[in-house]
Design a protein around this ligand. Structure first.
Ligand code: SF4
Ligand code: SF4
Length: 458
């Protein structure tokens, strides 16, 4: 299989393979939003005592996916965008107790339907993606195929191999549960290097599962993107019959929900970036206080915390107090407000570039201290086509940019704006620091809104 584009951004601060379990918190701040969800339907009241796994709020725009209480505690609603749990009780003192029955399940749903309901109420459905749109798929829809990506190549998101290595048996059992939701559709297991020791163990563990197909890809960001993988496997976008995508943590969540009937109330996140003293993986629960996570771990004073990876993450909002329910990593970069002493003697030594045109290209690539500052580098497009070289979607970002710059949205659509998977590589490599990624995401949103408006008027 031939892949186009991709590039591994050299950034210092890769999290170690160690998974550190964070201590039990006294208070949890659960944001009522995440990358895909808006938990606008509150299910609890001020002062209410909740038990572990209880529904705190739901997202009515996403099949009512729930925000669950990771621990027992007392609800406080005085911050508009969070559900705060005070007096949090450690898991060993008040563990999860399964509730009686499940919500209404359609009579014809069968055992597969019961399982899907279980995934929803126990918080595991959140880990499913529509491979092409990255949105939450319909829990009762039928996929054409399932793609399990064991990778996360963006610096720095939680690495699937770290999670799998810890619990390969659980992972394999999760794939079996996943298969029980399907009829005959294939499951593609994406591995980075099929000859590695972990790949050998994975291959051994799924031996005999004819419906699992191993799929090797080059180790280049963002070839692990679900849309890139689906297209490489020959699956185009079909709204009625999507391709489901899951990361390794999603498979573990499926096992937890269907094997143990337990809610998915904690997740592994990566904490990395040049400004983290000892980058590591952390096991934390949604709502865990971010201040407490970062305390004593940062090397610089003026830092920018990114919620997500260095390329597609967003600056952590100042009002966000706890981890959101989809967080896969925190990346910490230097804001660089102060000038470096005698910095003019080594111009470009701290600037990373795809074209390797700065002095930094002479140094070790892994030591690049990516910073948040643009430092006056914004310029017009110089038609260097570096963005085209790295684009995994095979489109021409500089051409689409020029159409959008002139408000020619239809021309941008004809140039296949829809194929952009939003990996952010074009913005990273652009020597003129044009914000292509943000421009394309906004334009795609405009196109989708127009399409939705047309569908509702029809
Ligand atoms: S155009 Fe889209 S898919 Fe291509 S590099 Fe840019 S963000 Fe990635
Ligand atoms: S990388 Fe930037 S400057 Fe180069 S062609 Fe693309 S948009 Fe233009």
């Amino acid at each position: 299989m031939k892949f186009r584009g991709g590039y591994n951004v050299p950034v210092a601060g890769m999290p170690s393979r160690q998974v550190e379990v964070l201590g039990e918190p006294d208070v949890l701040y659960l944001p009522r939003w995440s990358a895909r969800f808006r938990f606008s339907d509150l299910s609890v009241e001020e002062g209410q005592r909740v038990s572990p796994g209880q529904v705190l709020a739901k997202d009515p725009g996403n099949h009512s996916v729930p925000l669950l209480a990771p621990r027992a505690g007392t609800v406080r609603l005085d911050t508009a965008d969070h559900v705060v749990l005070e007096g949090v009780v450690p898991e060993e003192q008040e563990p999860y107790e399964p509730r009686e029955g499940l919500p209404h399940v359609p009579k014809d749903a069968g055992s597969g339907g019961m399982k899907r309901h279980k995934l929803m109420v126990l918080g595991a459905w959140q880990y499913f993606y529509d491979a092409h749109t990255k949105m939450l798929p319909d829990p009762f829809g039928t996929p054409r195929a399932v793609i399990i990506s064991t990778l996360r190549l963006e610096p720095f998101l939680v690495r699937g191999d770290v999670q799998m290595e810890e619990s390969l048996t659980t992972f394999t059992r999760g794939i079996e549960h996943l298969q029980s939701l399907l009829e005959y559709q294939p499951i593609y297991l994406v591995l980075p290097d099929i000859q590695s020791e972990l790949a050998r163990r994975v291959r051994e563990s799924v031996r005999g599962y004819a419906w699992v197909k191993l799929f090797e890809i080059p180790l280049r960001y963002s070839l692990d993107d679900f849309a890139v993988l689906a297209r490489a496997l020959g699956y185009g976008q079909e709204a009625e019959s999507p391709v489901w995508g899951l990361y390794a943590e999603g498979v573990l969540a499926v096992d937890r929900a269907l094997m143990h009937s337990a809610p998915c109330s904690s997740r592994t996140i990566a904490l990395g970036g040049p400004e983290v003293g000892a980058p590591v993986h952390l096991e934390a629960m949604p709502g865990y206080p971010i201040d407490r996570i970062l305390e004593g771990r940062l090397t610089g004073e003026s830092v920018r915390v990114i919620n997500g990876g260095a390329l597609t993450g967003r600056k952590l909002e100042s009002g966000q107090l706890g981890l959101d329910s989809e967080c896969a990593g925190l990346t910490v970069l230097s804001e660089e407000i102060e000038r470096e002493f005698l910095g003019f003697l080594r111009p470009g030594s701290d600037r990373r570039s795809y074209s390797r045109c700065f002095l930094s290209s002479l140094f070790d690539r892994a030591s690049g201290r990516l910073k948040a500052a643009v430092r006056g580098e914004k310029r017009a497009c110089i038609a260097c086509i570096q963005c085209e070289q790295v684009c995994p979607a095979g489109i021409r970002p500089h051409v689409i940019h020029k159409f959008l710059y002139q408000d020619l949205l239809e021309n941008a659509e004809q140039a296949r704006l829809d194929l952009c998977v939003g990996c952010g590589l074009c913005s990273y490599v652009c020597p003129s620091k044009i914000e292509l990624y943000q421009q394309f995401m906004t334009a795609q949103e405009t196109v989708w809104e127009e399409q939705r408006a047309v569908e509702t008027t029809e």
